[in-house]
Design a protein around this ligand. Structure first.
Ligand code: GLA
Length: 316
């Protein structure tokens, strides 16, 4: 395991030219609270143990050595948000792009943590959100960047996206977090994400029904977590899927089929489409002892992850 603390010792290149920096940030899952962050709702993501590392130094122009598509526009956009001079960066990541655990947030937050380690984590998340919006034209909310910056190991993060108040909620070891690849990879810029946001903001009754019911489910999920009621947690994420499918209309038939398969498997508390939707990935909460049988029976690539500290979590 690499030492995450190295990023706290990074230097700020614009102040100390020629000195190299390193930043590291995790991907995230969202347990519940989908398509509500940009409407000031509450969400419950967690940072997970897949990381993006970025090394950089000051250069004449922005450049990137990375397998992440479009990475240069992200890196430049976050650098501009942070007010630093152009950098040459190298990226290494085990956050699989297109896998639904927000490789873009991990990249943005890793750059911010490397360049501005002293920043307040919330401000860093907001700068990364603005950078993602600029780089892609997609009016994303702040959830992904927030989780990558301030998630806590052993916990999920309950974020009130209206106030940016947040609270770490203990997440039990017995419940394994599975991420299933739907095989439908897409970039958000080519999806109706902005349309959905506009429709919900305009008060479309179906979209609002999802938003209002999802916020109630987030609070119910947190209560169930406190009560160790895993079956109730599972029922709530299953209801979340139904609402995302029928009212917010961000699922696809292929995703619905995988979700239904997950629901039928032993040890699966619940499953749902995760993140923006329109393909992407599926979250399944699985009893830890059933990981092997779930993995062989789901019929799609799946990996299990555990909660992790965000890039801006100060170590003692
Ligand atoms: C993407 C966005 C988030 C959020 C989710 C849907 O992951 O980046 O801000 O809106 O979709 O919940």
């Amino acid at each position: 395991m690499r030492e995450p603390r190295t990023q706290r010792q990074s230097c700020v290149p614009s102040e100390r030219p020629g000195i190299k920096w390193h930043g590291r940030a995790p991907g995230r899952v969202n347990l519940i609270g989908e398509h509500v962050d940009y409407l000031g709702g509450v969400v419950l993501p967690a940072a997970v143990d897949r990381y993006t590392d970025v090394w950089g130094h000051r250069a004449g122009e922005w450049s990137i050595d990375s397998e992440i598509q479009g990475g240069l526009s992200y890196v430049r956009a976050v650098g501009e948000e942070l007010g630093v001079e152009p950098q040459s960066v190298r990226v290494s990541s085990d956050v699989p792009p297109g896998s639904g655990i927000s490789s873009s947030a991990a990249l943005l937050v890793a750059v911010a943590a490397g360049l501005r380690p002293e920043m307040d984590g919330r401000d860093a998340a907001l700068a990364c959100q603005r950078a993602e919006q600029k780089a892609t034209g997609v009016q994303v909310g702040v959830m992904d960047q927030f989780a990558s910056a301030l998630g806590r190991r052993g916990h999920a993060l309950l974020i009130d996206c209206a106030t940016l108040d947040y609270k770490a909620v203990p997440f039990p070891d017995q419940v394994a977090i599975g991420v299933i690849d739907s095989g439908q990879h897409r970039s958000l810029a080519n999806t109706p994400y902005n349309d959905r946001r506009r429709e919900a903001e305009a008060g479309d009754p179906k979209r609002r029904r999802h938003v209002d019911s999802e916020i109630v489910r987030v609070h119910g999920f947190v209560d169930a977590l406190h009560a160790y009621d895993f079956d109730r947690m599972g029922r709530l994420i299953t209801e979340s899927h139904q609402s995302l499918r029928d009212d917010f209309e961000v699922s696809t038939p292929a995703v619905d089929a995988i979700v239904a398969r997950a629901w039928s498997l032993a040890g699966c508390y619940g499953a749902r489409i995760m993140g923006a939707g329109f393909g992407g990935s599926i979250l399944a909460l699985v009893d830890r002892e059933h990981i092997p049988s779930f993995t062989t029976s789901i019929g799609r690539p799946v990996f299990f992850c555990t909660t992790a500290d965000g890039a801006y979590v100060r170590k003692q």
